[in-house]
Write a protein that binds this ligand. Structure first.
Ligand code: FEO
Length: 244
């Protein structure tokens, strides 16, 4: 743009290389790069041009979560949906373990309660790991409504069995998402989910052992209290353990 002289705070142009629809760098926005402010030209009654900066075009797209900061949708929509459902399942796991913890507290087994509460924290970590991953890939996080978990059980082993069955259900879900990501050639998600595959092996094994041990001693308060003391020593999860 060639400007001539200032007039009433406006600038008059002889020829225009920038105008409506052109950005400040003088090029047509393509939508494939970060949006930049645009110049908008208006002429006054005496033919002088006035340029104003229009707010960033494409801003809404950035906030829909459909495109990442490079303006490219890199998240497969089927995988994105499955990961959102898995975030929901992990949050439900958090809820369930918390409910089991409350049940044990009400039954004066504080070691069991402590163990379940730590497990609930782990589940929260699992949900947030997926939450961060979806954001990192430019996907849209959708938080779904949670149902109420069970809150009453006839025995300690029955409560732990509920947790064990839930872990088996989660393992199956993870395997299904790995299958989906592989079929959709979403290699990054497949690799990311390997962490969950390994985690589920450990979580199922731990819940299975606990269930069978409690089953063995269930008729003996002494045995139950011994396990309770042992479970009270479970350390809190660290951030590093969720990233390993
Ligand atoms: Fe996150 Fe225990 O499954």
């Amino acid at each position: 743009m060639e400007s001539t002289r200032a007039f009433c705070g406006l600038r008059r142009s002889r020829s225009t290389t920038s105008g409506p629809g052109l950005n400040l760098f003088g090029s047509e926005p393509t939508g494939t790069h970060p949006p930049v402010p645009r110049l908008v030209e208006k002429k006054c009654s005496r033919g002088f041009s006035r340029y104003t900066v229009r707010p960033i075009i494409g801003w809404r797209k950035l906030h829909t979560g459909i495109e990442n900061h490079k303006g490219v949708n890199i998240m497969n929509s089927k995988v994105e949906k499955a990961l959102n459902e898995q975030i929901h399942a992990e949050f439900f796991s958090f809820y369930l373990y918390l409910s089991v913890a409350a049940y044990f507290t009400a039954n004066h087994l504080d070691g069991f309660s402590h163990w379940m509460r730590i497990q609930a924290q782990e589940e929260l970590g699992h949900a947030m790991k997926l939450f961060d991953y979806l954001n990192e890939r430019g996907g849209k996080v959708e938080l779904l409504a949670l149902d109420s978990p069970e809150s009453e059980w006839p025995s300690a082993s029955a409560a732990i069995e509920t947790a064990l069955n839930h872990e088996r259900f989660i393992s199956q879900r993870i395997n299904d998402i790995v299958d989906l990501a592989t079929a959709e050639n979403d290699h990054a998600t497949t690799v990311m989910l390997h962490w969950y595959v390994n985690e589920q092996v450990e979580e199922e094994a731990t819940a299975d052992t606990l269930f069978h041990q409690v089953k063995m001693v269930e008729d003996s308060p002494h045995g139950l209290l011994m396990i309770d003391r042992e479970l009270a020593g479970r350390p809190a999860p660290t951030e590093a353990s969720a990233e390993a």
